[in-house]
Structures are given as structure tokens and as C-alpha cells.
Ligand binder design. Structure first.
Ligand code: SAM
Length: 229
């Protein structure tokens, strides 16, 4: 393993102090005030120490409702966005969920807390390795891979739920086909600056219901059915 990667993981403070727990509780109350109503989602967000995903120097930023840089020009999503997408996904224990854009691994940790069997794809090798190491240290063991998530993960399909955590120009066909009948996909779709959150429900192999929700701003989904790098 590269020394810089070891150092950056060691630099993460794996101590959950009262000050962190207090700040997390306040953040979760803020999310509830902003309209997150699913108690299981709020509980998961109360349980996962978000500051573990930050370098110790920046852990004061962990409980502010904002996205934050994680390297490679990418971000850990805003807590409200994580809560919103997770709420729309309506996951149940034991469901098979595919995440596109592992990033820091925070959204993955929230989904695992909710009891799903998580598969997640990240296109940046450095972020993939860092997330794998950190999630393992936290006791989370999703199935992770590094690659272009716009192609989905055909060998592991179908998925009960699919969550895309980067802004897509279109809904990738591969993801539509890898969604199980009765399944839900949540994906931000739009231009590179802003996207509408879209919820897709697969009614049968050929019929999809599309619900267009609120505006968000994600980093771009890059790949064969995404934006160019
Ligand atoms: N879920 C992440 C978290 O909790 O930190 C959010 C990460 S960030 C908003 C979006 C991530 O999607 C970035 O890490 C980016 O590299 C990744 N990404 C973009 N296009 C991708 C693709 N085609 N396949 C897989 N990952 C991709």
C-alpha cells in the first residue's frame, strides 16, 4: 500500500467524543427540520460518525450541513442530500443495493446501517482504496469495485435499489436494466451545474414510472453513459 494512503487513513480520528455526538445530534435535528421524516434514516445518520470520513484537521466541518472536498476534485455529499436520497430509496433490511460513486464511503455506511447488502462502484482508484480501508476499519464490509458505474455491475444484478451519487446527463440504460422489477432508482439528472433528483420505479421489464423531485448540485457522473472526463 502507498505510504501516502496509509498516512491519510491514520490521520482520520477514529474517536467519537461527546462533542462529536452532540454535534451529530444537532445536525440530525436540522435535517428533520428541513423535512427528512424517515426515522430509520435519521437514526442511521445519528449512528455513523461523519467525522471519520474527514482528515482530523477538518473534523470541525463534519457536522455542518455542507458538501466537503475529499480529493481528486470530488466531494462527500451534503448530509441533507444523503438523507434525502436515502429516504427516497425506501430501503429495507436485506435488500441488494447498488451505489454509483462510493466517494468517501459515507453514503455506503448509512445504507449498511439500514441493513442492506451493499455494492458500490467508484471510478477513482485512490478514493476506492481509501473508502475500502476506512469502511473496513469501521466494521462495514460492502462489496466494492473500481470502474465506470454507468455500466452498472451486470454480474451482481438485479438490484432492489440503485442510488447514483453523481450528476448524470441521462439515465444510464444499463442501470435501468439492472434494476429489479418493483425496484427503485434515485439519480440526479441534468446539466453539469444543476440536476433534478429523479426517482424511477420499475413496474415491469419494459415499464418505468418517473417521478421528478427537487433540484440538487452534484459533481458530474463521468463515463460511457455519463459526461466525458
Ligand atoms: N456517495 C459519496 C459519499 O458518500 O462520499 C458521494 C461522492 S461524490 C458526490 C460522487 C462520486 O462519484 C465521486 O467520488 C466520483 O469520483 C464518483 N463517480 C463519478 N462518475 C462515476 C462513475 N461513472 N462510476 C463510479 N463513480 C463515479
Amino acid at each position: 500500500m502507498q505510504l501516502s494512503l496509509i498516512n491519510s487513513v491514520i490521520a482520520v480520528a477514529m474517536i467519537d467524543e461527546y462533542k462529536h455526538k452532540g454535534a451529530r445530534k444537532k445536525l440530525v435535528e436540522e435535517l428533520a427540520a428541513k423535512g427528512i421524516t424517515d426515522k430509520t434514516v435519521l437514526k442511521a445518520m445519528l449512528q455513523v460518525p461523519r467525522h471519520y470520513f474527514f482528515n482530523k484537521t477538518f473534523d470541525a466541518h463534519a457536522y455542518v450541513d455542507k458538501a466537503f472536498p475529499i480529493g481528486e476534485g470530488q466531494t462527500i455529499s451534503q448530509p441533507y442530500t444523503v438523507a434525502y436520497q436515502t429516504q427516497v430509496l425506501q430501503v429495507h433490511k436485506g435488500e441488494k443495493v447498488l451505489e454509483i460513486g462510493t466517494g468517501s464511503g459515507y453514503q455506503a455506511a448509512i445504507l449498511i446501517e439500514l441493513g442492506v447488502k451493499l455494492y458500490s462502484i467508484e471510478r477513482h482508484e485512490k478514493l476506492y482504496k481509501k473508502a475500502k480501508l476506512l469502511l473496513g476499519k469501521m466494521g462495514y464490509h460492502p462489496t466494492l469495485t473500481c470502474g465506470d458505474g454507468t455500466k452498472g455491475w451486470p454480474e451482481m444484478a438485479p438490484f432492489d435499489k440503485i442510488i447514483v451519487t453523481a450528476g448524470a446527463p441521462v439515465i444510464p440504460k444499463a442501470l435501468m436494466s439492472q434494476l429489479a422489477v418493483g425496484g427503485i432508482m434515485v439519480i440526479p439528472v441534468g446539466n453539469e451545474a444543476t440536476q433534478k433528483m429523479v426517482c424511477i420505479i420499475k413496474k415491469d421489464e419494459k415499464t418505468f414510472e418517473k417521478i421528478v423531485l427537487k433540484d440538487f448540485a452534484f459533481v458530474p457522473l463521468i463515463g460511457e453513459e455519463g459526461w466525458d472526463a
